[in-house]
Design a binder for this molecule. Structure first.
Ligand code: ATP
Ligand code: MG
Length: 686
């Protein structure tokens, strides 16, 4: 009866409420929530999880998958807050049970370790990030003789991209080449041999790469016994941002829940922006028809995020899309401030504009944190970062260079990884070569010596290193055996750092800053229960270089958000700036592209625009560097407004131009002249 209804239900609209109440806590038929940006999908999902728990579902038996670790943490916090409405202080302790919340990849890694022995994997496997994977691919490529001398053989990055596409799309190699890598079609035999050898190398070294986490999981879930076990283990499986999942991910879900019962997926087909990673928008469109018992479908049409001015403009842009399932949204939030299209001369001027506006807005009372600058590719924020630094405006950047990409951080992680899995050659290579006198061949021989010996430590100790490394070797052997036996977590982190420090000082002039990073890393490490979890989670979803999780600025400070559009998914800010809203960037130069790709570019702009609550500024520099690197020379192009904002859509925007004062001054010093000197010269003779 409604008197006993939890208070949080009253805050929901009828559609949201239906989604939360679906099954009323019991395992029930599949549910799809499909709706546009800002309609409260994620919010509804959080309420649904809270409601399940309030109605007695066991949090340990709920599997919740989001698109980033940050999103998972945010969701868990929200669930607790909502559930506390009813459960009071019991909510916090119950929430500790909600430990299966993460990305598909991190959940996959945990499950694979759990079931490793059942499927012939060794549980101590380590995970390669993209860079390590590319290195291993390169190593294998050289072993097979497909080296650079064969000039047109695809690069290691291309090889990895092709491999990844094949795995994630579950298509045949030939099909993937034909449609996404046409210039590599002639290499299909060599690529097949390469990929086979790559897979063998990974297996021999007990390594999984990103794609393997899904692939092995899908294979494992295809075993009826294990699928049944997984199905019993998780009563409820809920997935946010479902439009960006690929075929493997869909296959995993249907293998675990063949009848769909207990399954909830949430998404917006108009925001599908990951097809370059084989995401399949059909997943969400086909979901209702997948199961014997049809899915309950909930659509939502009220937007709670943006003003009508912003929403109308975003609707207009996505309204031009060729096909779309979700319908236009409406909002109660009215505003007279149309989104702006601001024309500036170049990227330096663009940076100046953003800085001026951001400061003005802060004066008016909007925190920096409530403002975000979005861009297509990480390098696009370069000029802005310079200008922000010059003006002392603090910022954090998401989706850019990761903290873990820094060489010194990778070095320390490689030490831990090598201790975790001594067969990981890429890690072993890296660590041994930190010592002066140890080069690739010595490192390789040392690893061979370990492999040939029954006892790993013995093998390492017996190896006689090059003379120059002789003094360092015993210390290295001691480090290795210490870490293997384990001073315990996270103490071993310090052990690794202390061994590394002399090498750090020798290799880098700015050792002091780098040491600070390593202390930061230790801080992060202490938040994880074990080395294994730490390595896994960090490899899969590393904190950003400047994010609040790692390094300055600190959480209690105010800072501007810089983010790629892809990393901004699901988030919202009071004021949003979008850089380079020009042809050649959005869409990116697609002379060879297909219509489908162009459509994805339109959705990318839609995702960017729909992050804004109160104010949205799209900036169009008339000149910008396509490569993002002025150093490469003559790459700047004269750009025009993005074709996605066609002339007839301009009524939704306020178009302005902006020039900085310094720029105007430059102009003013130039005399404006229309003197016809040539004519004068001629007239001298008439
Ligand atoms: P996206 O497609 O961008 O992921 P979404 O559909 O997941 O968006 P949410 O992020 O869940 O939308 O919600 C957008 C905003 O609307 C949030 O600030 C949320 O708190 C608010 N909101 C959602 N539902 C309601 C509601 N019923 N009443 C008031 N505010 C709401
Ligand atoms: Mg969302």
């Amino acid at each position: 009866d409604s008197a006993a209804e939890p208070g949080y239900l009253a805050r929901l609209n009828p559609g949201q409420r239906a989604a939360v109440l679906h099954g009323d806590g019991a395992v029930s038929r599949p549910l799809l929530i499909i709706a546009g940006a800002g309609s409260g999908k994620t919010n509804t999902l959080a309420h649904r999880v809270a409601h399940l728990i309030v109605r007695g579902a066991d949090p340990r038996r709920i599997l919740l998958m989001t698109f980033s670790r940050r999103a998972a943490a945010e969701m868990s916090r929200r669930v607790e807050r909502i559930a506390a409405d009813v459960l009071q202080e019991r909510a916090a302790s119950l929430m500790e049970g909600l430990s299966w919340a993460g990305t598909f990849h991190s959940v996959g890694a945990r499950l694979l370790r759990d079931y490793a022995l059942d499927i012939g994997l060794e549980p101590a496997f380590t995970i390669h990030d993209r860079e390590d994977s590319a290195d291993l691919m390169n190593l294998v490529r050289h072993q097979l003789g497909f080296s650079e001398t064969e000039k047109r053989f695809p690069t290691k990055a291309t090889c990895l991209a092709i491999y990844s596409r094949v795995v994630n799309s579950q298509d045949r190699l030939e099909a993937v080449l034909g449609h996404a890598f046409p210039w590599c079609v002639g290499w299909s035999d060599e690529l097949k041999a390469l990929f086979k050898a790559y897979v063998e190398a990974k297996q021999a070294q007990n390594i999984l790469d990103y794609d393997d986490l899904l692939l092995y999981w899908a294979q494992m879930a295809a075993e009826p016994d294990i699928a049944a076990h997984l199905s019993q283990r998780f009563d409820h499986i809920l997935v946010d941002e479902y439009q960006d999942t690929n075929r493997l991910q869909a296959a995993i879900l249907t293998a675990i829940k063949p009848d769909g019962r207990g399954l909830t997926v949430v998404g917006d087909d108009a925001q599908s922006i990951y097809s370059f990673r084989a995401a399949e928008v059909r997943n969400i469109l086909d979901f209702p028809g997948l199961f014997a018992e049809p899915a309950q479908v909930v659509t939502l049409d009220q937007n709670y995020r943006s003003t009508d001015a912003i929403l109308n403009a975003a609707n207009a842009v996505i309204g031009e899309a060729e096909e779309r399932f979700t319908k236009n949204l409406w909002t109660e939030r009215t505003s007279l401030e149309k989104p702006r299209i601001v024309t500036v001369a170049d990227e330096a001027e663009q940076a100046g504009y953003v800085c001026d506006e951001v400061l003005k807005e802060r004066e008016a009372g909007t925190l920096l944190k409530e403002q975000a600058v979005l861009f297509r590719a990480a390098h696009h924020s370069g000029p802005l970062e310079v200008e922000l630094t010059r003006r002392n405006i603090p910022f954090v950047k998401f989706g850019g260079l990761k903290f873990l990409d820094a060489a010194h951080v990778k070095d320390v992680l490689a030490i831990l990884r090598f201790a975790q899995n001594p067969r990981d050659r890429i890690a072993g290579f890296r660590v041994m070569q930190l010592m002066p006198g140890v080069g690739p061949s010595a490192a390789s021989n040392a690893i061979d010596s370990m492999e040939q010996s029954l006892d790993l430590e013995m093998g390492l100790a017996r190896f006689s290193p090059p003379a120059r490394a002789a003094a360092d070797w015993p210390g290295f052997v001691a480090l290795f055996s210490d870490l293997r036996r384990g001073p315990g977590w996270p103490a071993e982190m310090e052990r690794a750092r202390l061994w590394y420090e002399p090498h750090l000082e020798r290799k880098h002039e700015d050792a002091t800053t780098r040491r600070a990073d390593l202390l930061q890393l230790e801080q992060i490490a202490s938040g994880y229960p074990s080395r294994e979890r730490f390595l896994t989670e960090l490899t899969l979803d590393p904190p950003s270089a400047t994010s609040d999780e790692a390094g300055p600025p600190h959480l209690d400070e105010d800072y501007l958000i810089l983010s790629t559009i892809h990393s901004a998914k699901g988030q919202e800010w009071t004021k949003v700036f979008v850089l380079n809203a020009v042809d050649g960037c959005m869409p990116i130069d697609l002379s060879a592209g297909e219509r489908k790709e162009l459509e994805e570019e339109r959705r990318l702009l839609y995702v960017a625009m729909t992050r804004a609550k109160d104010a949205l500024h799209l900036i169009t520099p008339q000149r910008f560097y396509t490569s993002g690197q002025a150093a490469r020379g003559d790459r700047h192009v004269y750009a025009s407004r993005s074709r996605f904002i066609a002339q007839h859509l301009l009524t939704h925007f306020e178009a302005t131009t902006w020039t900085s004062q310094s720029f105007q001054k430059d102009k003013a010093t130039r005399p404006r002249t229309s003197v016809d000197i040539k004519g004068k010269m001629r007239s001298m003779w008439t």
